[in-house]
Design a protein around this ligand. Structure first.
Ligand code: NDP
Ligand code: 2IT
Length: 449
């Protein structure tokens, strides 16, 4: 038997028929399939094994009610999910996001991306993602803690150190991971490495907090170095003001870059003088306060605040979208190109729209795709898992070296698998192909129904 070759449009149209209204998921799949379809069409065994169809259907999607008591003793109801997408190369691994926009489509796009990202790290982790449509904005600390506990009341049945190991994502930081971990421990009466991003006193890893932002800058530096350039004196525009954005800003500064913007869901600040470590620390403290807006930065440091706007119109050499999906569109890409931007590296997951990517791909801009450029966070999560299993902590120096090595290896894997056009590497294609190859080999070796 030889299964016929797959046509891109028919495949996507079948996928859309099976998963209506899941636009973000379709976008993520389309972007990967475009690059890996030639490999599948060159390999009859892949097609006979329905590899692509199996790869794009999650192992399971668990949805559940999360009920919790607010500060007025009113019962509130939210919806939680965990997408366990693919476990061919290791236990499911991926973050938890609490945001009103969370739905199966968003989590499936994130879980699908995570399969390839985790494969690129070289560590044994499958792909998963989870979260809830809970909005922590306007909620007290006690309410958020109770929400985490109720969320874990159901999630604990589906996770475990050898099954599925969640971590943080938007609005789930070290504090929420601590509350989730405490609830898991009380429910199951076992102390095990079931979450990553934990506090250092109960099994967390050094450098996990910094890893995504730091890894992003390391990846960017490798891309620039391969093209005989560096980050020093470059003007850098960053979106977001959370974990990824602030750590990216921090390492960019340490390496001699000039960071001139940050943003949040209310707008962006433009600081022509450039951020300093002191200003970054101020933003971290300020944003940790409930419902705080980045707008206050403008008064504190005499900078510009552009309400409701994104920062892509600010002239820069490097742009780092680090907030959320589809935050950089075709028009934004055109502004970056017009302003002479030379590199875009994605700290957030799928921050660039399909048309935005297309525009960038056709330009001279070097493009570091999320699944490669932001893999540092999950890589250190993978190292947290091994530290927990060994019951031995690595030092900050050891972890810093491991993170450096992993980001360099990811960069080199992308280059090796990519196409080079006039000296410019298609990193997005390289990341998709290199991530796919590892997962495909494992799936083929493990057989099918
Ligand atoms: P945080 O919750 O720490 O920060 C998120 C930031 O993005 C905040 O400044 C938030 O603004 C802003 N933001 C969120 N949603 C929107 C929106 N719809 N429009 C505009 N701004 C928005 O999250 P992280 O920094 O951890 O995550 C940021 C991105 O990085 C996400 O895409 C995440 O998936 C990705 N990522 C995170 C990793 C990690 O280790 N944490 C690893 C790899 C990727 P506000 O405060 O106003 O809500
Ligand atoms: O998108 C991501 O890679 C994360 N949010 C981190 C996942 C993890 O398991 O550390």
């Amino acid at each position: 038997m030889t299964t016929a070759k797959i046509d891109f449009d028919s495949f996507m149209s079948d996928l859309k028929d099976r998963t209506p209204h899941e636009d973000a998921f379709h976008q993520a799949v389309s972007e990967v399939v475009e690059d890996i379809l030639p490999l599948i069409n060159d390999n009859a065994a892949y097609r006979d094994a329905a590899l692509l169809q199996r790869l794009t259907e999650p192992d399971r999607l668990i949805s559940f009610r999360v009920e919790w008591m607010d500060d007025e003793n009113k019962v509130q109801v939210n919806r939680g999910h965990r997408v366990q997408f693919n476990s061919a190369i290791g236990p499911y691994k991926g973050g938890l996001r609490f945001h009103p926009s969370v739905d199966p489509s968003v989590l499936k796009f994130l879980g699908f991306e995570q399969i390839f990202k985790n494969a690129l790290t070289g560590l044994p982790m499958g792909g998963g993602k989870g979260g809830a449509d809970f909005d922590p904005r306007g909620r007290s600390d006690a309410e958020i803690m109770r929400f985490c506990q109720s969320f874990m009341l159901e999630l604990h049945r589906h996770i475990g150190p050898d099954v599925d190991v969640p971590a943080g994502d938007i609005n789930v930081g070290a504090r929420e991971i601590g509350w989730l971990f405490g609830a898991y421990q009380r429910i199951t009466n076992s102390f095990e490495g079931v979450l990553t991003g934990k506090g250092l006193s109960f099994g967390g890893s050094q450098l996990r907090v910094e890893a995504t932002g730091y890894g992003l800058i390391q990846f960017l530096c490798h891309m620039l170095a391969r093209h005989d350039d560096g980050i020093e004196d470059k003007t850098i525009v960053i979106s977001g003001a959370g974990n990824v954005a602030l750590h990216a800003a921090e390492l960019a500064l340490k390496n001699g870059g000039k960071v001139v913007t940050l943003s949040d869901s209310g707008g962006f600040i433009h600081d022509g003088e450039g951020l300093t470590q002191e200003k970054i620390d101020w933003v971290r403290d300020h944003k940790a306060k409930p419902d705080s807006s980045l707008g206050a930065y403008a008064k504190e440091f005499s900078a510009d605040w552009q309400e409701g706007e994104a920062p892509w119109g600010v002239a820069c050499d490097v742009a780092l979208p680090c907030a959320t999906q589809n935050e950089l569109d075709e028009k934004d890409a055109a502004k970056l190109i017009d302003n002479g931007c030379m590199a875009v590296a994605e700290g957030a997951n799928m921050p660039t729209t399909a048309k935005g990517r297309e525009r960038i791909r056709k330009s001279d801009i070097l493009f570091g795709p999320a699944k490669a450029a932001n893999a540092g966070g999950v890589a250190v999560s993978g190292l947290e898992i091994s530290q927990n299993q060994m019951r031995r902590d690595l030092s900050c120096e050891e972890l810093a070296e491991l993170l450096q090595d992993i980001m360099k290896t990811i960069h080199d894997k992308c280059v090796e698998a990519a196409e080079e056009d006039d000296g410019k590497i298609d990193y997005a294609k390289g990341a998709n192909i290199a991530g796919f190859r590892k997962v495909a080999d494992a799936m083929m070796a493990q057989g099918h129904a």
